[in-house]
Write a protein that binds this ligand. Sequence first.
Ligand SMILES: NC(=O)c1ccc[n+]([C@@H]2O[C@H](COP(=O)([O-])OP(=O)(O)OC[C@H]3O[C@@H](n4cnc5c(N)ncnc54)[C@H](OP(=O)(O)O)[C@@H]3O)[C@@H](O)[C@H]2O)c1
Length: 296
Amino acid sequence: MTKRIYVITSASGRIAGAVASGLLRAGHEVRAIARDPEKLRTLAAQGATVITGNLTDRALLEHAFTGADAALLLISGDRASRDFRRYFADVGAGYAAAARATRLPSALFVSSLGAHSERHRGLVLIHRDVELALDDVPTLATTHLRAPFFYENLFYFTHAMKTRGGLFTPLEPDVAIDMGATRDVAALALRLLAEPAARRTVHELHGVRPLALREIAGVIAAQLGRAFPADRTSRGDHIELLVQAGASYDFAHLMNDAWDTFSTVGLMRDPAAHAATNATTRIDDFVREHVLPKLA
Ligand SMILES: NC(=O)c1ccc[n+]([C@@H]2O[C@H](COP(=O)([O-])OP(=O)(O)OC[C@H]3O[C@@H](n4cnc5c(N)ncnc54)[C@H](OP(=O)(O)O)[C@@H]3O)[C@@H](O)[C@H]2O)c1
């Protein structure tokens, strides 16, 4: 194995933390960026170099990218931002500018299924701005890993699941979409980062199979041993709930624009994608390991 130097952004998050850990286990050098170094204690103990700072800081990005072989790029964004799409695009533009300035050879961006089309709105479409900015850097080999709807998004509805005994979301419950766990995204990212990068590649992660929320409610019902209905709630109610939880109206609308898109389009696969992999985490296992403990 050739030892390589990887920069990991959002290293305190679910996907990036797992990827960083895997790269360290494989013997690579990891530069892990996070705002709070306390959250990177485990990675530091595994041998990561911790870089403390904000992903909006271009000087910090240039420092991190200098001499590196590849970077894992994620953008989580500030949910309180009054213009979330612009915030997201600005962080992406910062990644692109730092990659250009340091001649970073390759980067893997965690994007979203559906990012290829302007028809797919809200939190889906914002990933397109970043893909385009990165593709514009002539010296950078980009891989866009277009991830599906995370199973973990179910946790937005934990309170309603507990108090109302069902899965009540703004998504159409009978539309089947691609879903997967964040650990599936991390596993694919780890695999792709080990492969030689081509100039511009789109790799999609599809679900184990297309899955609708009503089927998930059925899985929860079977495991709980009682009825667990699924129904669609109003977009307006959900927007107010998100705002009460600290999100801006802009973010809350973008999230609901994405969920309206899922509800009307269903599968958002790109016929021009170069490759696709299926997730391996089955919904039954995810519900047993992660959802049921929260409902207890
Ligand atoms: N949800 C979906 O269905 C879906 C589907 C497709 C793609 N995606 C993509 O996946 C991303 C989320 O990945 P994830 O679940 O692994 O993330 P996550 O667990 O939510 O973690 C995000 C991390 O980003 C860090 N962060 C946020 N803003 C930062 C900043 N300005 N500077 C430095 N660090 C910052 C946070 O650090 P702190 O600990 O300091 O807060 C946090 O550790 C989304 O943002 C989206 O682009 C999501």
